[in-house]
Design a protein around this ligand. Structure first.
Ligand code: FES
Length: 127
């Protein structure tokens, strides 16, 4: 399977931070209508830092590896820095993705951003 980098395969086989945060501060859900894959990100934010990040992904191997990598990259970061995580930076951290799998990394970054935006919206209302 030279198609995928070792890092992608490793994250696919041992995904980090799989699951759900029951009292999450933000939840972001996204799906790709073409492949039908779905991803949900949960964030716990304290003092403007992503204290915990978890995800549930119903998708291809690349989508699972991407979710795992996004969760690792985002954990411990400030809200602003986590929002700077892009599909390109995730793919680069994974040692690249095949061109027809780049949309899988879009899902990861977008779901994380949505979860943070969900937190920000709730926060606005509380003020
Ligand atoms: Fe759609 Fe990977 S094939 S997320």
């Amino acid at each position: 399977m030279a198609f995928y980098s070792d890092k992608v395969l490793e994250h696919f086989k041992n995904p980090r931070n799989v699951g759900e945060i029951t009292n999450a501060d933000g939840i972001g859900e996204i799906g790709n209508p073409v492949c039908g894959d779905m991803m949900t990100f949960y964030v716990k934010i304290k003092d403007n830092k992503l204290e915990d990040v978890k995800f549930k992904t119903f998708g291809c191997g690349a989508a699972i590896a991407v979710s795992s990598m996004v969760s690792e990259m985002a954990k411990g970061k400030s809200v602003e820095d986590a929002l700077k995580i892009t599909n390109e930076s995730v793919a680069a951290e994974l040692g690249g993705l095949p061109p027809n799998k780049m949309h899988c990394s879009n899902l990861g970054a977008d779901a994380l951003h949505r979860a943070i935006e969900d937190y920000q919206n709730k926060h606005k209302e509380a003020k």
